[in-house]
Design a protein. Structure first.
Length: 265
């Protein structure tokens, strides 16, 4: 059969410019002309569909052109390329599977926050890494620390904004937090300046709501935990931290929801 450029463009989702580029690169032949109308033949359509398949795998147009040329790739080379693309696809699957877990965690904590904000319970928590800058803010001023912060922020949403306070701190500090298991998946190192390891264990837990006062008084997010600890004689062991889950900006007020923990001994 013969196919007009318009039909090919519509069905394959290729612009006229793209078809011309494929002609130039030798992926398809120059359209034939009959009665003043240009058309493609079955062999051209077959190559275009094959090219679309490889483009869907992430193969560049120029690599496809090289593969389809008269001195193109052997069958073994084509298989090797497919294996390479399969591994890239597997990496994407791992990336999005991890992202789904991160989002599931945010949804679970967010639903809990809306149902019973400020309610303290006891649960086991997983080990986390917390990144603190020497300058005190979430954006470090030291150039070396900035490189580490950039790497961490590339791992969002696995990385969360956090507020933390160790027993030796005079007040809570702003930072970033990620679970140890997710940090390992992203290749984030533990033994770099500013990174603190918080071991998992039994902890007091509460989802706390606060306003903009957190910037002047970050300790505000730990008050429910501290009050519960005093009343029930729990002793803080190591770091307290809270991860921001979401911000409700309705009614002209910003309400920050934090998932907070205090390991006790």
């Amino acid at each position: 059969m013969r196919y007009s450029i318009g039909d090919v463009s519509r069905v394959l989702g290729l612009t006229t410019a793209a078809l011309h580029f494929y002609e130039k690169e030798g992926i398809i032949d120059t359209p034939k002309v009959e009665s003043g109308r240009r058309y493609y033949e079955e062999a051209d359509i077959n190559r275009l569909i094959s090219a679309k398949k490889y483009r869907a795998m992430g193969v560049s147009v120029r690599d496809i052109a090289q593969q389809f040329s008269s001195s193109g790739m052997t069958g073994d080379q084509v298989m090797a390329r497919m294996r390479e693309k399969r591994e890239e696809a597997a990496q994407i699957v791992r990336q999005y599977t991890g992202m789904m877990r991160d989002i599931d965690w945010l949804i679970a904590r967010g639903e809990e926050a809306l149902e019973r904000p400020g309610e303290v319970d006891i649960r086991r928590t997983f080990p986390v890494l917390i990144l603190l800058s020497s300058s005190g803010g979430r954006i470090p001023l030291d150039k070396r620390e900035q490189k580490v912060a950039q790497q961490w922020l590339e791992a969002m949403p696995a990385v969360g904004v956090c507020i933390c306070r160790d027993r030796d701190m005079d007040r809570a500090r702003q930072g970033l937090v990620i679970s140890v298991s997710r940090a390992q998946e992203f290749g984030l190192e533990e033994n770099v300046p500013g990174v603190r390891i918080v071991s998992g264990g039994m902890a007091l837990h509460a989802v706390v709501v606060c306003g903009e006062e957190q910037y002047d008084d970050p300790d505000v997010i730990f008050r429910p935990l501290l009050a519960f600890a005093r009343e029930h004689r729990f002793a803080q062991k190591g770091m307290m931290w809270g991860t921001q889950i979401f911000v409700d900006c309705s009614e002209g007020i910003r309400r920050h929801y934090y998932d907070t923990y205090m390991i006790f001994g």
